[in-house]
Design a binder for this molecule. Structure first.
Ligand code: UT7
Length: 324
């Protein structure tokens, strides 16, 4: 039996850090009122990294991928599959995964994008696990990468203060022991309206609304409900109790959602990884960035069980339970 296991991780954030105060001052200059106090109290976000004009998702993704390969002590030539989760691809096509493949100087293996918004990374990881278990790949780069700042309406204070840019990646390799112990993915398309960017390209023009729109309270309620249910189901699938988890690495959208989830599951705060204060919500990049941060600062260790969870537009959600 072949399983898959995480062999390395990497994270990359654009250099420019924008504090809540700096953002509030910028927004005030065009009549949009917000404050550090409101943002911290309602979301836990203190700053975000924003890509300069011209910096692309594929560039951020390539840097994260290189760091993950270095961490795994592997070469790009070892990779035979690239799955990249993003809702802010460089182009309509080719896929951003193909651009990353070219940047890494390799060719021949499969490379494609996955579109599941903030659940994108757990979707991509689950797909890569299936490829490896069935022998269709041996060594995958699984990446979440976004420049969400490009699809924000900077006149809408209900959304523009919440997001940041960045990329996270893992190397997933064939292994004799699991690695990935259980995974479950879900969607409910009837909830598309609570979080979407509904513009499209037709007849050579961008038509419709090009910006992200969200009913924050509806998303909040949905997120806490489905994340708790999904965490319990995936632990059941693996034959574990929630109390057996060493780490919870949830999607980083709002510290209030994360704390609520931790309390409902009975996972103590010190075993929940939080990066939303520094990164804001980086959509598909949030989970691998948080995983990488906690591996590099020595919290997440080999042999420990980690539950990663995504939730977001679609509506989509999912959980992946891993032994590191
Ligand atoms: O990644 C996908 C997943 N996304 C999420 O999980 C996001 C989920 N939702 C949330 O995190 C929260 O609902 C938000 C952070 C988006 C909003 O927090 P809230 O506690 O639900 O606030 P609210 O929307 O009820 O707004 C409360 C007040 C409103 O004013 P009134 O109507 O009470 O006078 C807003 O206009 O806060 C006002 N407000 C702001 N004030 C200052 C909204 N945004 C801002 C802002 N600065 N940036």
């Amino acid at each position: 039996m072949t399983y898959s296991a995480i062999a390395g991780s990497g994270g990359f954030l654009p250099e420019r850090v924008v504090s809540n105060d700096a953002l509030a001052a910028d927004l005030a200059a065009h009549g949009v009122e917000t404050s550090d106090e409101w943002i911290v109290e309602r979301t836990g976000i203190r700053q975000r990294h924003l890509a300069e004009r011209g910096v692309t998702t594929s560039q951020l993704a390539t840097e994260a991928a290189r760091l993950a390969l270095q961490d795994a002590d592997l070469q790009a030539s070892d990779v035979d599959l690239i799955i990249l989760a993003t809702s802010t691809p460089d182009f309509v096509f080719p896929s951003t995964a193909c651009l990353v493949q070219a940047n890494l100087g390799i060719s021949g293996g499969a490379a494609f994008d996955v579109q599941a918004v903030c659940s994108g990374f757990v979707y991509a990881l689950t797909i890569a696990d299936s490829f490896i278990r069935t022998g269709r790949a041996r060594c995958a780069l699984v990446i979440g990468a976004e420049v969400f700042s490009r699809i924000l309406d900077w006149n809408d204070r209900k959304t523009c203060v919440l997001f940041g840019d960045g990329a996270g990646a893992v190397v997933l390799k064939a292994a004799q022991e699991p690695g990935i112990m259980a995974a479950q993915l879900h969607a409910d398309g009837s909830l598309a309206k609570i979080l979407n960017a509904s513009g499209n390209v037709a007849y050579g023009e961008v038509t419709g609304d090009p910006f992200l729109r969200m009913d924050g309270q509806a998303v909040f309620k949905q997120a806490v409900t489905v994340l708790e249910r999904s965490a319990r189901a995936v632990c059941d699938e693996a034959g574990l109790q929630v109390s057996d988890l060493d780490w919870l690495v949830p999607h980083q959208a709002n510290v209030r959602i994360i704390n609520f989830l931790g309390r409902k599951l009975g996972v103590p705060t010190e075993r929940v990884v939080v990066t939303v204060d520094r990164h804001a919500n980086t959509s598909a990049a949030s989970v691998p960035l948080a995983l990488d941060a906690a591996r590099r600062d020595g919290r997440i260790q080999a042999g420990q069980t980690v539950l990663m969870q995504g939730v977001g537009g679609g509506f989509t959600w999912g959980s992946v339970l891993v032994r590191m």
